[in-house]
Ligand binder design. Structure first.
Ligand code: AMP
Length: 218
């Protein structure tokens, strides 16, 4: 299974990537999660990315592309969650795919309106240890502020706070939206309504997958 999840922050890409990873074994590659791990470990990349992430801006393409090349070494299946986000990233990824003789199954576009996204992001709480997210309104943890599974604390991501959310949505509009046409022109794009309940979004994605993409493994 080789998929790209495309869509604005808060549209449900990470939630669905984690579900499909568990169901089909294809690895979720979340560039946001990987960058946050680098920040935690205080690597050079983490330090270089910090100021961009705090402002809700994109980390420079060359840093991201180098990071992805490393992450994908030896990979078989993958669900790209949050990459590519710019045209140069998409073009570099196409080169990487063809060097490895990999064919993309499809690019899933998650649609959602701006007001819903703002509401979702500002009520989102995250397990910083594995990226799992909750929503204090629609999907709260059993105990407020505590992860259901590992019992550790949840945090509100700095860039989910209202002052940064608007910036991130603007960045999506300006820099990532052109990828919709890029992949539509490749005949790869399918769209799902990111506002539907989680299980319905999963079902819609699974329906769009071509037969050879590994979904029969469930
Ligand atoms: P996310 O968790 O996907 O919302 O990403 C959080 C932040 O990480 C973004 O606001 C960017 O600063 C950075 N980031 C994640 N993925 C990328 C990417 N593909 N290109 C540039 N910056 C990225």
């Amino acid at each position: 299974m080789r998929l790209i999840f495309l869509g604005p922050p808060g549209a449900g890409k990470g939630t669905q990537a984690r579900i499909l990873e568990q169901r089909f074994g294809a690895r979720q590659i979340s560039t946001g999660d990987i960058l946050r791990q680098h920040r935690e470990k205080k690597t050079d990349l983490g330090a270089a990315a910090q100021e961009y992430m705090d402002r809700g801006e994109l980390v420079p393409d060359e840093l991201i592309i180098k990071m992805i090349e490393g992450e994908l070494q030896g990979a078989q299946g993958f669900i790209m969650d949050g990459f590519p986000r710019t045209l140069p990233q998409a073009q570099a990824f196409d080169r990487l795919l063809s060097q490895n003789h990999w064919v993309l199954d499809c690019v899933v576009l998650f649609s959602a309106d701006r007001d819903t996204l703002i509401g979702r992001l500002s009520s989102r709480w995250t397990n910083p240890r594995n990226g799992r997210t909750y929503n204090t309104q629609s999907n709260p943890p059993r105990v407020p502020g505590i992860d259901d599974d590992d019992g550790g604390p949840l945090v509100q991501r700095e860039d989910d706070k209202p002052q940064t959310v608007g910036n991130r949505l603007g960045v999506f509009e300006a820099q990532t939206k052109p990828l919709i046409d890029y992949y539509r022109n490749q005949g790869k794009l399918t769209e799902v309504n990111g506002l539907l309940p989680v299980d319905q979004v999963t079902a819609a994605i699974v329906r769009t997958l071509p037969p050879a993409s590994g979904q029969q493994a469930s």
